[in-house]
Ligand binder design. Structure first.
Ligand SMILES: N[C@@H](CCC(=O)N[C@@H](CS)C(=O)NCC(=O)O)C(=O)O
Length: 215
């Protein structure tokens, strides 16, 4: 497999964690992502990923994009060490937590949104930061409430990491980058610390990628 990735991309981080949890080997292809990047709009890349976003996973003849779809694909194609629980209720709970981050939170904090606030709407820097802090904190506080419903144990759902933990860790990374105060989110913080100590999460961590500064 090959993964188009950028160390600072929260969405690529999700896929790196899933691949590492499943012990699947891949070749990273480092793409300059983030604000001002033009690599993602080149025709060759758009043919693989029509959104022009990171990540894209190549598995054989398949070019897969959208991180949630990639996580679901990996679980279907490589079912060992599942990212979803077996029971329908548990699967729905984990998917709901993942969607709070993937659908309701991350899109509002993506670099292209900030580019628009900055370049098109000319919003001052401190207001851009306020926007980022607000949506990050709001999404993570929804997760904090969901973690209080009795289904949580060592991880977001039970005693092995799932898609929900992948979502939580990837968004805490984004939130920390913009200085969100995590003090009011004790459950989120505890699960983040537990996950970050696991070998798969260490291997996938932004600072441990080949394109991270100093590597
Ligand atoms: N919904 C997409 C979001 C992907 C996404 O926003 N990727 C960001 C990096 S985290 C990106 O490529 N940013 C470059 C840009 O916005 O131009 C997914 O889950 O894969």
């Amino acid at each position: 497999m090959r993964l188009f990735t950028f160390h600072q991309s929260g969405s690529a981080y999700r896929v790196r964690i899933a691949l590492a949890l499943k012990d699947l080997e891949y070749e990273p292809i480092y793409v300059a992502g983030g604000r001002g990047s033009t690599d993602l709009m080149k025709p060759d890349y758009l043919a693989l990923n029509p959104s022009g976003l990171i990540p894209t996973l190549i598995d054989g003849d398949l070019a897969l994009h959208q991180s949630m779809a990639i996580l679901e694909y990996l679980d279907d194609a490589y079912p060992e060490r599942p990212l979803l629980p077996a029971d329908p209720g548990g699967r729905a709970r984990v998917r709901a937590m993942a969607q709070v981050i993937f659908a309701d939170t991350h899109p509002l904090t993506a670099s292209r949104v900030v580019d628009y606030l900055d370049g098109n709407l000319r919003l001052e820097k401190d207001r851009q930061t306020a926007w980022l802090k607000f949506w990050n904190a709001r999404g993570l506080s929804v997760l904090e409430r969901m973690l209080d419903d009795g289904g949580t144990a060592t991880y977001c759902h039970g005693d092995s990491p799932t898609m929900a933990d992948i979502a939580l860790v990837s968004q805490v990374f984004v939130a920390q980058n913009v200085g969100v105060d995590l003090a009011p989110l004790p459950r989120v913080r505890a699960i983040y610390e537990t996950c970050r100590a696991l070998p798969a999460f260490i291997a996938a961590a932004p600072e441990n990628q080949g394109d991270a500064p100093g590597n």
